[in-house]
Design a protein around this ligand. Structure first.
Ligand code: ARG
Length: 461
């Protein structure tokens, strides 16, 4: 068979069951253009090493360029009998260049170093697309933070009212996590920018080919220092899968809040019609499906990572065919995020916040109790005692079914001589917010500084 890259030492053709199991063109075909770019770079080093003469190099590059055009147009594709993208493209090359010339290209390379290289090329391109998608989510969060700056909301721990925070502060917390994910992708690229081409099957090539020339040709920073590592490691793939899973998890956390906030009980947010769905039976329904799918896809992305790690665990050096299983998880991770990110950024960009409701709930549930305690500390009361006294005020208020600011001066005085009427200065949302003005705090002034810092880092990625 023309697409077969081996067979000389075999008596007959592989069993149909083996051929079916072995086949990878249905998922590795997406590497075809990278494979051709690799082949062109490889032809050039064969020429530099004196293994192709000028005319042969010219003929080889011309045939590869025709093949490239045919792959792009769809005129050339994998045949039923092709095992993988590499074999199929060699068949296509030989159809265009003839066996005498086409048969020379494979010298000094192996599918093992090819596939490791093509995977990195593919992921480097897709990491950029994913990073842009994450940045558009960050931008949507930043825009909402700016548009709603100054709006207070109940800050929660354990999902219980804890302390008032600014909505902008809360939104930017998600933005920072996602910005770090982008920074992770940028940092990952340093490790991905090392080319395994030239490693051969595992031991390198005897033909005097320059791996750094191929690396530069393909946009890598350098070539690997160890051919076994080059062909057998997949930690760079796994790291991509991990960052993808982390992005999924970070998106799932914003999404969970959107889902909660869109409930009747919270009523913090309205989803835009174009980012919500209806029910086939309940006419009134408006569902946060984008956010739910984001939450669900996080599970899928975690699965991609754990599946890949399970494939790698315990694999002896060097290449093993198990490694063919490395591609679908990372392709799926990139596909999933490329589909998800535009929907999530659109959903966030079009949220409408019920700011009146958020503000009115912000101080409720005794969310200013910490402010009383810290006010007492500023009066010289040890925090241990201050905590007790503020807790006592909560107990009195709770017993009466009122909030802390509803207690009378006499009630405060009855709790402690330290609780003078001046305590009322901190019994407002704004008093509470404004007092937390150190770096990282939720005071409006601190949040503006934070926004500038965030935008500074955004400008650097
Ligand atoms: N299709 C293989 C993969 O995806 C590459 C081919 C290596 N095959 C081999 N028998 N050495 O990893």
């Amino acid at each position: 068979n023309e697409g077969a890259l081996w067979g000389g030492r075999f008596q007959g053709a592989p069993a149909d069951a083996l051929a079916a199991l072995s086949k990878s063109t249905h998922f590795d075909w997406r590497l075809a253009l990278y494979d051709i770019a690799g082949s062109k770079a490889h032809a050039r080093v064969l020429h530099s090493a004196g293994l192709l003469d000028d005319g042969e190099l010219k003929g080889m590059l011309a045939a590869l360029t025709t093949l490239e055009a045919d792959v792009k147009s769809g005129a050339y594709g994998p045949a039923e009998t092709d095992e993988d993208v590499h074999g199929s493209l060699e068949r296509g090359l030989i159809e265009r260049a003839g066996t005498a010339l086409g048969g020379k290209l494979r010298a000094g390379r192996s599918r093992n170093d090819q596939i490791a290289t093509l995977g990195r090329m593919y992921l480097r391109d897709h990491a950029r697309i994913v990073a842009r998608g994450v940045l558009s989510v960050v931008d949507a969060l930043v825009e909402q933070a700016k548009a709603n700056h100054g709006v207070a909301m109940p800050g929660r721990t354990h999902l219980q009212h804890a302390q008032p925070v600014l909505l902008s502060h809360h939104l930017l917390a998600h933005a920072w996590a996602l910005l770090r994910d982008v920074q992770r992708l940028v940092d990952w690229d340093k490790r991905a920018a090392v080319s395994p081409y030239g490693s051969g099957a595992l031991a390198g090539s005897s033909l005097g080919l320059d791996p750094n020339a191929v690396a530069a040709d393909l946009g890598f920073d350098s070539a690997v220092w160890n051919s076994i590592d080059g062909t057998a490691s997949r930690d760079v793939f796994a790291e991509f899968a991990w960052v993808s899973a982390m992005i999924g998890v970070d998106l799932s956390r914003v999404s969970e809040e959107v889902i909660l906030w869109a409930t009747k009980e919270f009523s913090f947010v309205k989803l835009h019609d174009s980012y919500s769905t209806g029910s086939s039976i309940m006419p009134q329904k408006k569902n946060p499906d984008v956010a739910e799918l984001a939450r669900g896809k996080a599970g899928r992305l975690i699965g991609d990572l754990t599946g890949l790690l399970a494939t790698l665990k315990g694999l002896p050096l060097a290449y093993n065919r198990d490694l063919q299983e490395d591609k679908e998880p990372v392709f799926d991770a990139a596909d999933t995020l490329e589909l998800l990110l535009p929907a999530v950024s659109g959903m966030i960009a079009t949220l409408v916040f019920n700011t009146d409701r958020m503000e009115s709930l912000a101080p409720q549930g005794f969310a200013l109790a910490t402010d009383i305690a810290e006010w007492l500390v500023r009066q010289g009361v040890p925090f241990r005692d201050a905590h007790e006294l503020s807790g006592a005020a909560v107990k009195v208020a709770e017993g009466r079914g009122v909030e802390l600011w509803d207690l009378s001066d006499e009630e405060y005085a009855g709790i402690s001589e330290h609780l003078t009427p001046e305590v009322r200065s901190v019994l407002t949302t704004n008093g509470s917010l404004n007092s937390r003005n150190a770096q990282g705090g939720t005071a409006p002034s601190a949040v503006l500084e934070q926004l500038a810092a965030l935008e500074g880092q955004l400008g650097e990625v």
